[in-house]
Design a protein around this ligand. Structure first.
Ligand code: KIV
Ligand code: ZN
Length: 516
């Protein structure tokens, strides 16, 4: 029997996914996600849009240096400056790809680009040729393809392939298409573009109508060979097609689709959790595949069925996506060696000094809490090691609060060699703590979202707080964890403030490279 055809999985979590409001990641977090995507065995990682900011440029360069198996792609508009920057960032890559895009629909041509169709056609071809001077692997995307006149779209696709594009990606940029219609676009291109066989045909669907996965799968059935998607369906506005849903649909219904991917599905849960932790974007509980309830059976009839025969109500095994592999690992008697081993097994690559710091936090936690789980260790690493450059660090916090007390906080922060201290009252203990931090740092953050979750089960569990803060026009996410939820709140807020301070410093042009 012939081997099923392989669908190329192109992950754009670090580019389109990072365009989710509030999902900004620092350099180290991006590299960490890219390495995990490597373990997940995606074929292509789109690491960023280098011209967009120095941070994006550095992130693409770091991913290109550190992740060697997948192709590393960088996005560029159809301009020489963008392409030069993308090529520069991709220099260390083993398998570099430049991804150029230009809008083709009439509405974009007339109002956004103010270009005629002839100009768009010429610009697309010439910029693909320009990108080919740097790399063999060039992808072209006609932005808003699904709303482009189909004959013109076919002309553009033919022209860019003739100019050397090795992949042509058809985006449903505004998530407007439907499965039937989108499959029709793919079929039309297959039948009407004379050189279509010379390039990989890809799709990139947004989820504005909740159809991104359905549209991508319909396109695959119609002949698309690459799917662009993101972990947890992150992305601009309502997000992109979710990688885990695409991959598990192809795997679970291989009887219908007859395709395979190279993804190691057992890494899906770990990847989803890492991305959720680092972006601060919580996965909805009923989200397919990776939501907390995706394998939970509530109804008595279902539970009864599951106990008698799992397949009565379960179409996938939780183990297939690596669920249920969290283990009780360590306790207060565990030593440095066991801790280091566990870190390695969890995929963390830390320097000696960082292991020491994390081990110190682990010991503190193990004193407070009997059992330390993988999730606790993950929270420690993200809190302690991946927090990004820290101008301010929490040294001490004391709260007095109660139903007949004015909530008051005393906070001590370290700022380089200085110790800064102040106190303030608030509506509640969290408000008091955050107001005190505002007084000390003189950064007045507006809290626009606050969420608290327990890292594991148990009354002694660590609480992890995620906040979204606005300062002027900047919006950042901050995270912090502790067995004391007021301390976790202060750490999360401070993490956000440190990001704002760091961004301001960068935009003021001061050179300071965050260490990897
Ligand atoms: O949605 C879109 O059109 C894009 C392109 C840059 C591929 O993200
Ligand atoms: Zn997109």
């Amino acid at each position: 029997m012939a081997k099923p055809r392989k669908i190329i999985i192109f992950d754009t979590t670090l580019r389109d996914g990072e365009q989710s409001p509030g999902a900004s990641l620092n350099l180290r977090e991006k590299v960490q996600i890219a390495k995990q995507l490597g373990r997940l065995r995606v074929d292509v990682i789109e690491a960023g849009f280098p011209i967009a900011s120095p941070g994006d440029f550095e992130a693409v360069r770091a991913v290109a240096s550190e992740v060697k198996k997948p192709v590393v792609a960088a996005l560029a508009r159809c301009s020489r400056k963008d392409i030069d920057r993308a090529a520069e960032a991709l220099k260390p890559a083993g398998k570099p790809r430049i991804h150029v895009f230009l809008a083709t629909s009439k509405i974009h041509r007339d109002y956004k680009l103010r270009m005629t169709s002839g100009e768009v056609l010429r610009r697309a071809s010439s910029m693909v040729k320009y990108a080919k001077r740097y790399v063999d692997d060039v992808e072209f995307s006609p932005e808003d393809a699904s709303r482009t006149e189909i004959e013109f779209l076919a002309k553009v696709v033919e022209a860019v392939i003739a100019s050397g594009a090795t992949t042509v990606n058809i985006p449903d940029t505004v998530g407007y298409s439907t499965p039937e219609e989108f499959a029709g676009v793919i079929r039309y291109l297959k039948e009407n573009v004379s050189n279509i066989g010379e390039a990989v045909l890809s799709v990139h669907c947004h989820n504005d109508l909740g159809l991104a996965v359905a549209n991508s799968l319909a396109a695959v059935v119609a002949g698309a060979e690459q799917v662009e998607c993101t972990i947890n369906g992150l992305g601009e506005r309502a997000g992109n097609a979710s990688l885990e849903e695409i991959v598990m649909a192809l795997a679970t219904r291989s009887d219908i689709f007859g395709f395979r991917t190279s993804v190691n599905t057992k890494q899906i849960t770990r990847t989803s959790r890492l991305v959720s932790h680092l972006t601060g974007i919580v996965v909805q509980p009923n989200k397919a595949i990776v939501g907390e309830n995706a394998f939970a059976h509530e109804a008595g009839i279902h539970q009864d069925g599951i106990l008698k025969k799992r397949k009565t109500y379960e179409i996938m095994k939780p183990q297939d996506i690596g669920l249920g592999e969290s283990r009780l690992v360590l306790g207060k008697h565990s030593g440095r060696h066991a801790f280091k081993e566990r870190l390695k097994q969890m995929g963390y690559e830390l320097k000696e000094a960082e292991v020491e710091r994390a081990f110190g936090r682990f010991k503190e936690l193990a004193d407070k809490k009997k059992a330390v789980f993988d999730e606790d260790i993950g929270a420690i690493i993200e809190d302690e090691i991946y927090a990004g450059p820290e101008k301010y660090r929490l040294e001490y916090i004391s709260i007095s609060s109660g139903n007949r007390t004015v909530p008051t906080a005393t906070v001590r922060l370290r700022c380089g060699d200085d110790i800064l201290q102040d106190a303030a009252c608030g509506d509640g203990p969290v408000d008091a703590a955050l107001k005190t931090i505002d007084r000390i740092t003189r950064v007045r953050g507006r809290l626009i979202d606050y969420s608290l979750r327990s890292v594991t089960g148990g009354k002694d569990a660590m609480g992890e707080v995620t906040v979204r803060i606005n300062v002027g026009r900047e919006c950042v996410t901050g995270r912090g964890s502790s067995t004391d939820i007021i301390e976790a709140s202060a750490k999360a807020y401070l993490n956000g403030i440190n990001k704002i301070v760091w961004r301001k410093k960068r935009s003021a042009g001061k050179k300071e490279t965050p260490s990897l």
